[in-house]
Design a protein around this ligand. Sequence first.
Ligand code: CNA
Length: 311
Amino acid sequence: MAGSRSKTKAKKEAAVLEDATIEAIADYIIKGNVKNIIVMTGAGISTAAGIPDFRSKDTGLYDNLQRFELPYAEAIFDIDYFEERPEPFYALAKELYPGKYLPTKTHYFIRLLHDKKLLLRNFTQNIDTLERLSGLDSDKIVEAHGSFATASCVECDQPADMDNVKKAIIAGEIPRCEAGHCKSLVKPDITFFGQSLPKRFFKKLADFDEADLLIVIGTSLQVQPFASLIDNVPDYVPRLLINKDKAGEHHSPHHGFDFKWKYGRKRDAFFSGDCDQGCERLAELLGWKVTTVSWMRRRMTHSFCSAPGRT
Ligand code: CNA
């Protein structure tokens, strides 16, 4: 997926961690090995904000969609199903609409990495725009599955007026295209199953060649192509997963995490538990403090609609 790796990088020695723990990753950072961290995130980093994820048992959206009488849970984010029956998606969109949720400690930890000049990019699957609200520079964010920040017509692709879209969704109505006689459905620019990912996602894939540490937080790594990006960093780059459950484990020597170091590369580490606690632990080991106060100062300048560079 990403471009070819340079010869200098291919020759680099494999990273050797002391053990497969968050402490060993902190040690690796403290030794000065790290300047370009990629953070890959998923719905688990926003559950503490009150937004349910997809797959957590009992609390996840997929376990709570019975009221929409869907043929299968994923249908609510399926473009073909949406065009036939958009009501369930809009009902859910009303509940999840940005504006009432605040970033979590994990979001602020990612911003802290940026403030420390260590963050190369945050690739997020989340559509809730909380990365922007944390005050993270828009250039540092890749919203791999789009977001609620913009919307467009499913038929003529015309961008929609966001005030009108928001008003309609909050009022429980279905927003319609206002361009000419179109009147087709307007959908927030969230990538549904069956749609291609935003151009910016593909443009920024080359980042993975430059990364010297990968931190993956709050995702079951079940959605492709996002999930397989963990294998796009060079072989010598250490990788840390912070999650309630193990995810993305190996199915061959070059694919997936290998927390038991079965294939000899001493580079994968796992923190099992809550992601806010994991991020606080890593910050503490690095001698930092995750503070959420600075958001208050930045909120005047960062509205959730300040779009990341859509180059
Ligand atoms: P998922 O498949 O629901 O997985 C979430 C993972 O996070 C699971 O492994 C959980 O065990 C774990 N988890 C949940 N809460 C915590 C926590 N507090 N601490 C640590 N781990 C936790 O969600 P993915 O992100 O992997 O799936 C990708 C989908 C989810 C994308 O297409 C998103 O658009 C979609 N999604 C996004 C949001 C959001 O924007 N907040 C909400 C729901 C779904």
